[in-house]
Write a protein that binds this ligand. Structure first.
Ligand code: AMP
Length: 383
């Protein structure tokens, strides 16, 4: 058990690391971060910041030597980085979990071998293999880079046979995975945690709506989802946590098909954007849960504080006409919770922050969070 007062090490310094650092500080832990850039969102919340590329193993060892446990806010760190940390201290989740989940092909192969329902897929390492994979999977299909993809980056949808060459060029020609395009009814995810003692806790199935492949709005619990499917999604997530031997938080994203079946799209062995509503919406947030799990503490109560919750992402696009009207939005929506990640530059598509609203039911919370975000875009005529 790693008690409050100890030092937690976070590899990566984005918004997930920042929110984990906030949870850690609240519980009296010290936070060290290793970040590639000095102005990373988590750096402002850390007691000590190591600015170095993940490949700088000397810096990684120095960082790891000063902490009681290393955890990740981002799974795409090189295996050698996780190994260098493990030479010095406890690493949770372990490097093996990262290795499996940071590559879509390895992840889907592992999940399929373990009997979990994944989208049908085939490996693609060349244009010739793409042609073979298209013959076996059919169209439409999605070609994705196997490694280092997120938020729809490195993806190309194929609808016609003639699009293969362009799709291969679009993803850059490296190792890829071809997946059947799922005409899903909705996308859901389950954020859950496994403690060091094997205990399990989850935040239920939530519904995710994407825009341009980036998460836009999460609604909790998933409205209209049959209770048996929600239960099944939780059971699958529990199985994935156990099969991977995760100590920490993991999110499983699913497609729900019209026939009422679940297909795993992907897993992330860390707190997830679709779990941000838990900060304001649950007794224990996903970040506190991550901290509890990696420190060997008992997992916290995941009950929702209100029957419904919704989260809307604030992307850099919102800054197009200057600073959003925070005060105006707050005046009109006093129940909205604003989270900003302290990023200095608002680029299109960049996650800058999010809003959370709690409500009497999930649909009401989702409607309110969209209205509040729309209000940020409305420039009020100055008097
Ligand atoms: P990913 O980066 O794999 O999470 O993909 C981002 C988004 O692209 C997903 O949330 C879906 O909306 C869409 N997508 C990815 N893979 C598929 C697929 N096999 N079928 C249909 N839509 C997909």
């Amino acid at each position: 058990m790693i008690p409050p007062g100890s030092v937690i090490g976070i590899l990566g310094g984005g918004q997930l690391g920042r929110m984990l650092a906030i949870a850690a500080r609240q519980m009296g832990y010290h936070v060290h971060v290793l970040v590639p850039e000095a102005d990373a969102p988590a750096a402002a919340l850390a007691d000590r910041v190591f600015v170095a590329p993940y490949e700088d193993l000397e810096a990684v060892r120095a960082f790891a030597a000063g902490v009681s446990v290393v955890t990740f806010e981002f799974e795409n760190v090189p295996a050698a980085t996780a190994e260098a940390c493990a030479e010095q201290t406890l690493v949770r989740p372990g490097g093996g979990v990262l290795h499996t989940t940071q590559d879509r092909l390895r992840e889907k192969t592992f999940l399929a071998q373990q009997g979990f329902p994944v989208t049908p897929f085939a490996p693609v390492r060349s244009e010739e293999e793409l042609a073979v994979a298209l013959t076996s999977l059919g169209l439409p299909a999605v070609l994705k880079t196997a490694g280092f993809g997120y938020d729809g980056k490195g993806q190309s949808v194929l609808r016609l046979p003639g699009e293969a060459a362009a799709a291969w060029a679009a993803v850059g020609g490296g190792p890829c995975i071809l997946e059947t395009f799922i005409a899903f009814e909705c996308e859901i995810s389950v954020v859950a945690a496994r403690g060091a003692d094997g205990s399990f806790a989850h935040f239920g199935a939530v519904r995710n709506e994407h825009r341009h492949h980036i998460l836009d709005v999460t609604t909790a619990p998933a409205p209209g989802l049959a209770p048996d499917l929600a239960q099944k999604a939780v059971e699958i997530t529990r199985g994935v946590l156990e099969a991977l031997g995760v100590i920490g938080v993991l999110c499983v994203e699913f497609f729900v098909t019209g026939e009422g079946t679940l297909r795993i799209n992907e897993c992330a062995p860390r707190p997830h954007n679709s779990g941000h509503f838990t900060i304001d919406g649950c007794v224990t947030s996903q970040f506190e849960q991550q901290l509890r799990a990696v420190c060997g503490l008992p997992l916290g109560d995941t009950s929702r504080l209100r029957p419904g919750a919704a989260m809307a992402n604030l992307l850099g696009d919102l800054w197009g006409d200057g600073e959003p009207d925070w005060a105006g939005m707050m005046a009109d929506f006093p129940g909205v919770k604003l989270h900003l990640y302290g990023k200095s530059e608002a680029r299109a598509g960049r996650k800058m922050g999010h809003l959370t609203v709690l409500g009497d039911n999930p649909a009401a919370a989702a409607a309110a969070v969209r209205q509040a975000r729309d209000r940020l875009r409305t420039v009020r005529a100055s008097v």
